[in-house]
Design a binder for this molecule. Structure first.
Ligand code: UD1
Length: 425
């Protein structure tokens, strides 16, 4: 049944305390897909308990993998037997990350057929770079009505230059190339920390990858992989969302179990905006004694400012002193939260890829809807700082990517309540 839960949020001044960040969704999904290569049992720790992760388990299950769970953040995936090479549309349509099974399935089974991921609220999100990479490795691509089939006799290492440093294409090509004959280089590769985490995992399984986390990745193909134990990296976007929760409520929050280097682009921006930040080995403290000063923000591939933090940063700018321009360069339609923030009294004008945000002294609570995961997080943040009561609907999007966001915020002093399955009025 479709989840119709919603959040009721009341204004809270000064969130305080410590919060532990969960495992990273965007690292967990490709790593789960990569277990297909192992042909054995892999135990993953620090796996976030999220809808997207559960859906990825179902997709692996439909290929024949057996998944067991000892606790909510640890899963064992046994891929000894893979029988099927087709994933049904009703599963793959639930998450775009499902396309990440293509590389490892091609490497192991020599063929795979998946539904083409459709557009999504934030943009068209094509997969041409993934497919060009597979073709360069020697695969043949057949597109049918709504699906794509990729086949090969064998994969042969080659040089691949990505027109754009796509995160998903880099991961998918990497997971195919680890089993290709000879050497592959991926140039203009995405350098996001999640790529390095995937490469660390693949190397532990037996792959020979160097340069992951930079724009040139070199892969020496190998024939055999083994099941391993691995702990997923912390979620830098969840960490960043709590950093902004502190700044927007003029709070003082210690965000624990993170890699501070991963949130550097946001740390730098918040410092510019006037927040006090203390960086420790595995944690970061964000303290804002007064409203932030507005600054301009432009999203870019890592180590630039992450597109996945754009919406949350926009919420902060709506309550900052002065005017900030947000430029979105990664996705073509990632301003769906603007209309909802304006319903709460925000002053934002969109011109093409830019949103001009005029900071105000206050927002007022309203009924708003999450159009996607990060837009949903942005509305929750705005609700924490808005006068009166905010109701955020369509929070199934938030549950796709944040583990217990409401409970974690409550522990920091927020007044946020999940109302279960109430119908929209
Ligand atoms: C991943 C993240 C997502 C994040 C995004 C950018 C996961 C599961 N999701 O998505 O949260 O917002 O990185 O950091 O890790 N593009 C093409 N052709 C392709 C592939 C991509 O033109 O074949 C374009 C996209 O339309 C988009 C841009 O490249 O405009 C970036 O997309 P990409 O880096 O691939 O994002 P995802 O891997 O889908």
């Amino acid at each position: 049944m479709e989840n119709k839960d919603f959040f009721i949020i009341k204004k809270c001044d000064g969130l305080r305390g410590e919060v532990s960040v969960s495992g990273c969704k965007n690292a967990a999904l490709p790593i789960m897909a990569a277990t297909i290569l192992s042909g054995g049992k892999t135990t993953l720790k620090n796996v976030p308990d999220l809808t997207d992760v559960r859906n990825m388990c179902e997709i692996l299950g439909c290929f024949g993998a057996k998944i067991t769970s000892t606790n909510k953040n640890e899963i064992t995936i046994d891929t000894e037997k893979i029988y099927h090479t087709i994933a049904p549309y009703d599963l793959t349509c639930k998450l775009r990350g499902s396309f990440l099974v293509m590389g490892p399935m091609l490497a192991r089974m020599k063929k795979v057929r998946l539904s083409l991921p459709g557009g999504c609220p934030i943009g068209a999100r094509p997969v041409d770079l993934h497919l060009k990479g597979f073709a360069a490795l020697g695969a043949t691509i057949t597109k049918g009505s709504g699906f794509v089939e990729v086949k090969c006799d064998e994969l042969i290492g080659t040089k691949i230059y990505l027109d754009f440093p796509s995160v998903g294409a880099t991961e998918n090509i990497l997971m195919a190339a680890v089993a290709a004959k000879g050497k592959t280089t991926i140039e203009n590769a995405a350098a996001e920390p999640e790529i390095a985490d995937l490469a660390n995992f693949l190397n532990k399984m037996g792959a020979k990858i160097s340069g992951a986390g930079t724009d040139t990745i070199t892969i020496q193909g190998v024939e055999k992989f083994k099941g391993v134990k691995y702990s997923i990296m912390p979620d830098r976007i969840e960490a960043g969302t709590f950093m902004i929760a502190s700044a927007i409520t003029t709070g003082d929050i210690v965000i624990k179990d993170i890699v501070p280097e991963h949130v550097k682009p946001l740390t730098a921006k918040l410092l510019e905006m006037g927040a006090d930040i203390e960086i420790n080995a595995n944690s970061i403290r964000v303290c804002a004694q007064r409203p932030c000063s507005a600054k301009d923000v432009k999203t870019l591939p890592f180590p630039g400012f992450p597109t996945d933090m754009q919406a949350q940063m926009m919420s902060l700018l709506t309550l900052s002193k002065g005017t900030g321009i947000v430029t979105e360069t990664i996705f073509e339609n990632r301003f769906m939260h603007v209309g909802e923030l304006c319903r709460m009294g925000a002053q934002i004008k969109v011109e093409g890829h830019c949103a001009i945000v005029e900071g105000k002294r206050s927002l007022s609570g309203a009924k708003v809807s999450a159009s996607d995961l990060r837009a949903g997080a942005a509305l929750v943040l705005a609700g924490l700082a808005a006068k009166g009561e905010t109701q955020v609907y369509d929070i199934r999007h938030i549950d796709r990517g944040y583990e217990n966001l409401d409970v974690k915020l409550q522990n920091l002093g927020a007044v946020i309540e999940r109302i279960e399955r109430a119908p929209l009025q």
